[in-house]
Design a protein around this ligand. Structure first.
Ligand SMILES: [Fe+2]
Length: 499
């Protein structure tokens, strides 16, 4: 029987407005939206693309496929990060949109389908203790539900999660071709689902295990051969800090050892304060600056923080500093709020995560990094699932797009465009809805950073889903493509241009 890892309810140290009445505010997701987004039963596959009903006008230049990864079912599960991977594809051509969705054929998913219940432990749900121990030796679950990236030729997809075993190849019709196996000698069972894709067809990522170091590597995305760049020592071996995402610029990567550490016992049996992690803010944060050309590693001190994602990072024009931006949680309690019981019942208010910048000196002037807020307006105090114009990834930039919150909120209920130069925000919100990661797609040939569209799959107040198309400059709605049904919550996606 599936078991809760035992996340306890912590004090709300950084909570945005708690509900004050017994009836839910209109800014909270409706019951129908929550039933779809966090569904207990099984979402059927949609193998033949279905044409969506367009309201408004989809730009004709948008030609290609928006593919998004996320859970298809939460059957028997406890946490938002547990669901079995289902890729959804939205195909744009001449202003029309066709939708399809299929599951990634992982061992964890196939075992669930054969037996009707979970056979592998997932992020927030364990299985029997003996089975967990045995599976841990094999490399954890292969449920590949977090992200998806295209191959350099745009002809295949790679789905990703935080176990190396959960890396799968798929064709553009979302058929699973098989697990991607690595035979290059780079060791480590764990990785991140957030590699940085480089223009030369390679990508930067890291692996870790329960040993002495992280390994930062460069992967050729055509051959999938990985080459070690540097080994970064763990500050508390053998338990690594949990790194979901990390900043990469043209010349550097930052390996951020924030004070959230795997709890090995809880990973197998449950019982940690934060799902399977311990929080040790007294250890502050160690930022490992990795020179991607030489492999040299330098350490910097920074304040303790918790985050899931980094918005962007860049080296300043004078070469004196490296900056990276993210939304800062005071502690990892937001992870506990993502237990499905909380989400299905609108039980807990959202946690604050204001947008901040850390500046790391590259000129040898200090071994400490500086943290500062970026936004002027405190009312937009939640930011998650951020994206930027892909042409500005790793470079100086101005605009970020993210899930945000219109208060009071129990969950991300809005989308926002953050201007990190001015510190201002534009917001899109519709009562009762649940939007997900807004993907920015620049218009071909665009000169301005915000010339393009922003795409987000939204669970509507009626429980059906629609693909929202916003103008990336004005942040006004251009169109929505209505699906005849609802699809569950999702995480990260990509746009694959047709040409
Ligand atoms: Fe992520």
């Amino acid at each position: 029987m599936a078991q809760d890892r035992g996340a306890s309810v912590r004090a709300d140290a950084a909570t945005l407005e708690a509900p004050t009445t017994s009836s839910a505010p209109s800014t909270y997701p409706t019951e129908a939206a929550r039933r779809t987004a966090f569904r207990e039963d099984f979402t059927p596959e949609l193998t033949e693309p279905v044409e969506a009903n367009i309201q408004g006008s989809v730009p004709g230049w948008l030609h290609g496929s928006f593919v998004r990864n996320g859970p298809g079912t939460f059957s028997g599960m406890k946490h938002l990060f547990d669901g079995y991977a289902m890729l959804a594809k939205f195909e744009f051509e001449n202003g029309s949109v066709k939708v399809s969705h299929k599951y990634v054929q992982t061992e964890a998913y196939k075992a669930f389908r054969q037996t009707g219940k979970m056979q592998f432990p997932e992020f927030g749900t364990t299985v029997s203790p003996l089975k967990s121990m045995w599976l841990a030796l094999l490399g954890f679950t292969d449920n590949s539900s977090v992200n998806v990236v295209p191959t350099p030729d745009g002809k295949q997809l790679i789905s990703l999660t935080e176990s190396v075993a959960g890396t799968f190849r798929l064709d553009m019709d979302l058929n699973t071709l098989g697990q991607l196996k690595f035979e290059d000698g780079v060791k480590g069972l764990l990785t991140t689902a957030h590699p940085t894709l480089l223009p030369d067809g390679s990508m930067i990522n890291l692996t870790s295990g329960f040993g002495t170091h992280y390994t930062v590597f460069r992967q050729n995305r055509a051959t999938n051969v990985r080459e070690e760049i540097a080994q970064v020592p763990l500050c508390s071996p053998p338990t690594p800090s949990w790194i979901h995402d990390f900043p990469v610029t043209e010349n550097y990567a930052i390996v951020p050892e924030t004070p959230i550490f795997f709890n090995l016992k809880a990973a197998l049996f449950g019982g940690a304060d934060y799902v399977m992690f311990d929080w040790k803010p007294e250890q502050r944060t160690i930022l490992h600056l990795v020179n991607l050309k030489t492999g040299a590693v330098t350490q910097f001190d920074a304040p303790p923080y918790f985050t899931f994602h980094y918005i962007n990072s860049f080296e300043t024009a004078d070469g004196a500093s490296l900056c990276f931006d993210f939304s800062r949680f005071e502690d990892p309690d937001f992870m506990n709020r993502l237990m499905l019981d909380n989400l299905r019942g609108n039980k807990r208010p959202i946690a604050a995560s204001p947008v901040v910048r850390i500046t790391v000196p590259l000129d040898g002037s200090s071994s400490s990094a500086k943290l500062e807020p970026l936004m002027k307006d405190d009312s937009y105090n939640f930011c998650e699932l951020p994206r930027v114009n892909p042409h500005y990834k790793g470079k100086e930039y101005r605009y970020a797009y993210a899930v945000s919150a219109k208060l009071p909120a129990s969950f991300g209920n809005s989308l926002a465009k953050f201007d990190v130069e001015e510190g201002s925000v534009k917001q899109w919100h519709e009562a009762g809805c649940i939007p997900v990661e807004p993907l920015m797609v620049p218009r071909p040939g665009a000169q301005d950073e915000d010339d393009g569209v922003v795409l987000s799959v939204v669970t509507g107040a009626d429980g059906k889903s629609f693909l929202l198309v916003l103008d990336a400059s004005s942040f006004q709605e251009l169109a929505r493509a209505h699906l005849p049904h609802g699809i569950p919550y999702g995480f990260h996606g990509t746009f694959v241009h047709a040409d």
